[in-house]
Design a protein around this ligand. Structure first.
Ligand SMILES: [Zn+2]
Length: 406
């Protein structure tokens, strides 16, 4: 238990937190928005600057900027990074107005409310409260509002490549008062099957690519599914895969000469991008040996290609940031928080794997509401998140810089 150095509640109002969250939701930032995240990034930057916080816009790609804001510490303690993404998924078939940010029954509705403009607002208000209080943390507090997490994670890739770093990080994906120190790695693969077209009246003259895909699927189910069922990680769950889409053929009267199968593969420690790709390649090789006409190739899905892969998040339970997050939640909510194991891939993995920043996922709201047709967040959760983020900041930055517990 650390000594409280400032109480954020004295330095912000619920009203301004709610209005900030609403304003962020009211600025669309999905991929069909002109400029994509640009307007929301500008808004965040201006808001922080108006509140006396040092902030910079860093264009990443096509003029889409990250926001990097800093409250300088006095240099004796550990530095902390807050990370949240400014993009949202498309509004799909939302049953609520996606960009009105209407309030009903203590909840704010709209696209991005829980994933993750509510977290962004909570990070921002905890920094604003800190600034207004005059409290100077021992270590720097760095807020990175990044682009493209729902796509290729260009924003956090830029952060890790640019050398912006910290001694610990929190990614604000919704975690419902729990926290995550691990999640699975993710890769997407395209398997393309090549056949030979012929008239459907003479199928024996062709090679059907759709049937090849069927053979491959059956073999994966027979050979690979049992292997995957044996794999399990304490912090991440099982090693799993999904056949996501299949497209092939040109018309009913023609033997299909091409078929593409898209696979989503979520893997755990002990596996990596090469090993999981190798599992499919082995099956392709075996099928080629058995049937010389079988012809397929596997590649990483081109649209998912980043310079970086999507590794698992593995942060040790003994890291100082984990201790500080647990203590922060416990001190505000009065209970020992659980570790959540079910979260999807997040930018936390890039911060940990490439920038070597021990990273925890913790943010307001319920993950199961992300990307839904009535996405919403409780105002109470936002207020608590400001309190918890402020407490974590005080806890973590009070650790001396050279203190290495691991
Ligand atoms: Zn998210």
């Amino acid at each position: 238990m650390t000594i409280e150095k400032f109480d954020p509640k004295k330095y912000f109002t619920e009203k301004e937190l709610v209005e900030l969250t609403q304003n962020l939701i009211r600025i669309p930032s999905h991929k069909d928005t002109p400029g994509f995240e640009r307007d929301v990034a500008n808004y965040i930057h201006d808001y922080l600057v108006q509140n006396g916080i040092e902030s910079e816009l860093h264009p990443v790609v096509d003029g889409r900027p990250n926001v990097v804001a800093t409250i300088k510490g006095n240099g004796t303690g550990k530095s902390l990074m807050f990370n949240g993404h400014t993009d949202t998924v498309l509004p799909y078939n939302m049953t609520v107005d996606p960009f009105a940010a209407n309030i009903s029954d203590g909840k704010i509705y709209g696209r991005g409310s829980v994933d993750m403009k509510g977290s962004l607002a909570s990070f921002m208000i905890s920094m604003v409260a800190m600034k207004r209080s005059g409290y100077i943390p021992e270590g720097d507090v760095i807020f990175t509002a990044v682009i493209g997490e729902e796509g290729k994670s260009e924003g956090t890739e830029y952060i890790v490549k640019s050398g912006i770093t910290a001694d610990g990080a929190i990614v604000g994906e919704p975690s419902n008062y729990e926290y995550a120190i691990g999640h699975r790695g993710l890769e997407w693969f395209d398997v393309t099957f090549y056949g030979k077209s012929s008239h459907s009246g003479k199928p024996e003259n062709g090679v059907n690519a759709i049937e090849q895909a069927m053979t491959f699927i059956s073999r994966v189910k027979e050979d690979l599914y049992p292997v995957l069922r044996e794999k399990y990680d304490e912090y991440m769950g099982g090693s799993v895969m999904n056949f996501g889409t299949i497209t092939g053929g040109t018309e009913q009267s023609t033997v299909a000469d091409k078929c593409i199968l898209r696979i989503d593969r979520r893997y755990i420690p002990g596996e990596d991008k090469h090993s999981v790709m190798g599992e499919y390649q082995d099956i392709i090789n075996k099928l080629k040996d058995e049937d010389p006409k079988f012809n397929a190739k596997i590649e990483v899905t081109p649209e998912s290609l980043l310079a970086l892969y999507h590794p698992p998040l593995i942060t040790s339970f003994n890291e100082t940031i984990v201790t500080a997050v647990r203590a922060g939640i416990k001190e505000i909510m009065n209970y020992e928080p659980n570790i959540t194991r079910g979260i999807g891939w997040s930018d936390a993995a890039l911060l940990k794997a490439y920038a070597k920043i021990p990273t925890v996922v913790f943010g307001p709201g319920d993950l199961s509401l992300a990307h839904t047709e009535d996405e919403h967040i409780k105002i109470e959760d936002l207020v608590n998140a400001v309190d918890i983020y402020s407490r974590i900041t005080q806890n973590f930055t009070s650790y001396p810089k050279e203190d290495e517990l691991q």
